[in-house]
Ligand binder design. Structure first.
Ligand SMILES: NC(=O)c1ccc[n+]([C@@H]2O[C@H](COP(=O)([O-])OP(=O)(O)OC[C@H]3O[C@@H](n4cnc5c(N)ncnc54)[C@H](OP(=O)(O)O)[C@@H]3O)[C@@H](O)[C@H]2O)c1
Length: 281
């Protein structure tokens, strides 16, 4: 039996909880509601989560960490040090080799490990917002005391809410630029396509429906994995046709350059926030 303590029952905590409890086919399938305990300062919130998922709850992080195989920290980054101080002794002294997992943006493995006893395995995860609908993309990086099996186990847990890959921590700023902040770029594309449709005479409702449906359909084709993005684009670009005209104009107006610069700016900002006195995303 794998026991999981989720500390912080907010958006991300609940998204993970729902995936873990609902997952019937994936690698995390041996986890049932009775194996999960959630910690949150709000008793009202805990009542909601208990009724919704049938899990155990407590307001005491030490109690939750005492028997947990994995303690997932899903509190805001500035609360992470508070929680680590609360659980450090318990995680060090309990009878289990508890793996501490953090999903907090910008909090590095060094900071996490520094607040725990030497030897405690720590794994850092960078999820993204589609996790809230079971379609997250997460990158997982293990600290110096985390074994390969433990990192892989955390990756498998994250797969209950989407896809997850293992990366080196040095790549986390780039991961933040591609997938962490990525959904916002696609939301912006949806907005821009809608505005352009309105400019061409469509009603806003019609343009928005067409833009969203198109993004969903294109994403489904990409996710099928049968063709690369370039192949899919070439397949819908007839020589001298309408799509070719649009793509040429987008390229001439610097779309690709805008993405290069935008992702660079994101990675730089992520690095800056990740310094010791870093702030929230
Ligand atoms: N949202 C995203 O898309 C996203 C994406 C990537 C990473 N993340 C990371 O995920 C983490 C959680 O984000 P979120 O959006 O889920 O935040 P959230 O909705 O505010 O959830 C945090 C929860 O933790 C509770 N909490 C506060 N202090 C606590 C303590 N000492 N012990 C236990 N629980 C405590 C909060 O309760 P109160 O509200 O009562 O204070 C709240 O219910 C953040 O570190 C963020 O960087 C989020």
């Amino acid at each position: 039996m794998t026991r999981i303590a989720i500390i912080g029952g907010g958006n991300i905590g609940e998204a993970l909880l729902s995936g873990l409890v609902a997952d019937e086919t994936g690698a995390a399938s041996d986890i049932t509601a009775k194996d999960v305990v959630v910690v949150d300062p709000s008793s009202e919130r805990l009542n909601v989560l208990r009724e919704r998922y049938g899990i155990t709850t407590t307001e005491d992080p030490e109690e939750a960490a005492a028997e947990a195989d994995y303690v997932v920290l899903s509190v805001k980054p500035h609360i992470i040090p508070v929680v680590l101080e609360q659980i450090a002794d318990t995680v060090d002294a309990n009878d289990t080799e508890t793996v501490v997992v953090s999903v907090a943006a910008g909090v590095g493995l060094n900071t996490l490990e520094g607040a725990l006893a030497a030897g405690v395995p720590v794994v850092r995860v960078m999820p993204n917002t589609p996790m809230l609908v079971g379609k997250g993309t997460s990158a997982v990086a293990g600290g110096r005391f985390a074994g390969e099996g433990q990192v892989e186990a955390v990756r498998a847990l994250m797969e209950s809410v989407g896809t997850a890959i293992v990366v080196a921590e040095k790549d986390m700023d780039a991961v933040t630029a591609v997938s962490g902040s990525g959904p916002a770029y696609i939301f912006l594309v949806a907005e821009a396509m809608t505005d352009a449709g309105v400019q061409l005479g469509l009603t806003r409702a019609t343009a928005e429906k067409l833009a969203i449906g198109t993004i969903e359909g294109a994403a489904t084709m990409l996710a099928a994995g049968e063709n690369s993005p370039s192949e899919l684009r070439a397949n819908v670009t007839s020589p001298g046709g309408t799509t070719a005209a649009a793509l040429r104009s987008l390229e001439e107006n610097g779309l690709r350059k805008a993405f290069f610069r935008g992702l660079e700016a994101c990675a730089d900002r992520s690095k800056e926030l990740g310094r010791p006195a870093g702030k929230d995303d």
